[in-house]
Design a protein around this ligand. Structure first.
Ligand SMILES: [Fe+2]
Length: 193
């Protein structure tokens, strides 16, 4: 009887899950930047799309993705990597704290009736631009350096354990798959603007 090949789990490496999250976050940032430009130009503040994007950033990016990187990836890299890697981990964690503060700052601007006072339009747009710049820089540093170092230095068995922790955190705070559906509709509305 022929031996069945074992089914290889999708996304075996934790870093692959984190990279997939970055694709999702870039989709959200594209829409958020378009909203920021509309608001800067004096256009209406899209309350429903803005609320969903802010919830995604707060609940998933900060609440799940950053936590995964800060509690699992960062400590492992600091232990197994070089001094330069440990310093880069510290820099990225500080940038994540700044990004989390900017997400909270954006929540303050949210207006349920879609009318952002003129005095706050520029503040909202500036905060959006800064957040997008920070998040893109964090993702660039992680993908170009930290993730590849992790794949080289951290055993796959350890990463499999992380995937289980990651799945548990997602169950508690909303899965990437559930956010992907909601974000696809928003990204389609705001693409090309
Ligand atoms: Fe990340």
């Amino acid at each position: 009887m022929p031996r069945q090949r074992p089914i290889r789990p999708k996304m075996q490496r934790a870093t692959d899950n984190l990279r997939a999250d970055h694709v999702l976050t870039e989709r959200a940032l594209g829409a958020l930047c378009a909203i920021g430009q509309q608001v800067r130009a004096g256009g209406p503040f899209p309350a429903a799309d803005g609320a969903t994007l802010l919830r995604y950033l707060r609940d998933y990016v900060v609440g799940v993705h950053f936590r995964m990187e800060a509690e699992l990836l960062g400590p492992a890299l600091a232990m197994h990597g070089s001094d330069a890697t440990a310093m880069l981990v510290g820099d990225v964690m500080r940038m994540q704290d700044e990004a989390a503060d900017l997400v909270l700052a954006l929540v303050v601007f949210w207006e349920p009736d879609g009318a952002l006072p003129p005095a706050e339009q520029a503040g909202f747009a500036d905060t959006v631009a800064l957040l997008c710049q920070r998040l893109r820089r964090i993702q660039e540093l992680e993908e170009n350096d930290l993730f590849t170092t992790c794949e080289r230095e951290v055993a796959l068995d350890d990463q499999l354990g992380w995937c289980a922790d990651f799945a548990q955190l997602e169950r508690e705070r909303g899965t990437a798959a559930s956010w992907a559906e909601r974000l696809a509709a928003i990204a389609a509305r705001w693409s090309g603007r």
